[in-house]
Design a protein around this ligand. Structure first.
Ligand SMILES: NC(=O)c1ccc[n+]([C@@H]2O[C@H](COP(=O)([O-])OP(=O)(O)OC[C@H]3O[C@@H](n4cnc5c(N)ncnc54)[C@H](O)[C@@H]3O)[C@@H](O)[C@H]2O)c1
Length: 283
């Protein structure tokens, strides 16, 4: 099945980026937000990100106009009715996702694929909110979506081979590289990344070294573009803590226990770049 009509639910950081890359490839997108005003704001953001790509010579200005003409905004989930694929990017809260998937299940055609961009919630659990678990799949884009090449595709317990193949083909069509994961806590990306960030927090808490030296070792020694503490600030310390809790509870293994220093930072409201203070200051 060639995807020509998509819907994206939630037009925050991720949903806007997903709509951007779909529309650039000529796919019609219904961009659905909590209100028309939020949706309009998201389109303004997409427009300025397209301008940035024009400046960098990645696209020309006619591509921008064509892409914007492919995006229709809406404040009602009903706009997803004719989509062949719906990609959900609402906040990482199970009750919100449950509401969206329950409603999508009754709105969309039986063949429609219902994908989620969740970072850490079980795809199998989300699929159980619908009566079509074989059509439900994880499509985990990375931030910022127009720049990052990876899409982690997560197969829930019931996801069909057909659904997986369509989503893999779509990922390649978007110019991205797919990587398949089964549906276990953290998938591949956070299963491997979060223990490293957590260990860096323990190292700092125990006074093994300074934050700068911990990051320098990983940047210069391991060729990582960012050190783990810098990266944690970039992701958001609250998001890191939430994901570590998902790993800890999901596997019941003490190796995923969140570092007390990380918990303390979150409790104090130091969440990283978004609050201008995390392990580092951003003023
Ligand atoms: N930010 C990241 O780096 C990142 C990376 C990968 C995956 N994710 C995942 O992507 C999802 C979205 O994350 P985000 O960072 O874009 O969040 P965000 O808070 O920036 O955006 C979420 C948007 O959803 C909207 N929304 C809320 N309820 C809605 C509803 N019922 N219908 C339509 N819109 C609704 C909100 O108004 C908001 O604009 C989450 O599941 C998150 O875990 C985030």
């Amino acid at each position: 099945m060639k995807i020509e009509r998509a819907a994206v639910v939630g037009a925050g950081a991720m949903g806007s980026g997903i709509a951007h890359v779909l529309a650039l490839k000529g796919i019609s997108v219904a961009l659905i937000e909590a209100s028309e005003a939020f949706a309009k704001k998201a389109v303004e953001g997409i427009s300025s990100n397209l301008d940035r790509q024009i400046k960098k010579g990645v696209i020309d200005s006619s591509a921008k106009d064509k892409a914007l003409s492919k995006i229709q905004t809406a404040a009602d989930l009903g706009a997803a009715k004719n989509a062949q694929i719906v990609i959900e990017a609402v906040p990482e809260k199970i009750e919100i996702k449950k509401d969206v998937f329950t409603r999508l299940n009754s709105l969309c055609s039986q063949e429609a694929i219902l994908a989620t961009n969740t970072s850490s919630i079980s795809i199998t659990r989300i699929a159980a909110f619908t009566r079509r678990p074989k059509n439900v799949i994880g499509m985990h884009f990375m931030n910022p979506v127009p720049v990052m090449k990876l899409v982690e595709i997560i197969r829930g317990l019931e996801t069909s081979d057909e659904t997986y193949q369509i989503v893999k083909d779509l990922t390649l069509f978007l110019g991205k590289t797919p990587a398949m994961s089964l549906d276990f806590p953290g998938f591949i990306s956070n299963r491997v990344l979060m223990p490293m960030i957590n260990e860096a927090c323990f190292a700092l808490m125990e006074g093994l070294s300074t934050k700068e030296d911990i990051d320098t070792v990983m940047k210069l020694g391991m060729n990582h573009p960012m050190g783990p503490l810098e990266l944690a600030d970039f992701i958001g310390l609250d998001v890191c803590l939430d994901i570590l809790n998902v790993l800890f509870e999901g596997f019941g293994d003490s190796k995923y226990r969140p570092c007390p220093l990380l918990k303390q930072m979150v409790a104090s409201g130091r969440l990283g770049r978004k609050t201008k203070r995390g392990f580092y200051d951003y003023v």
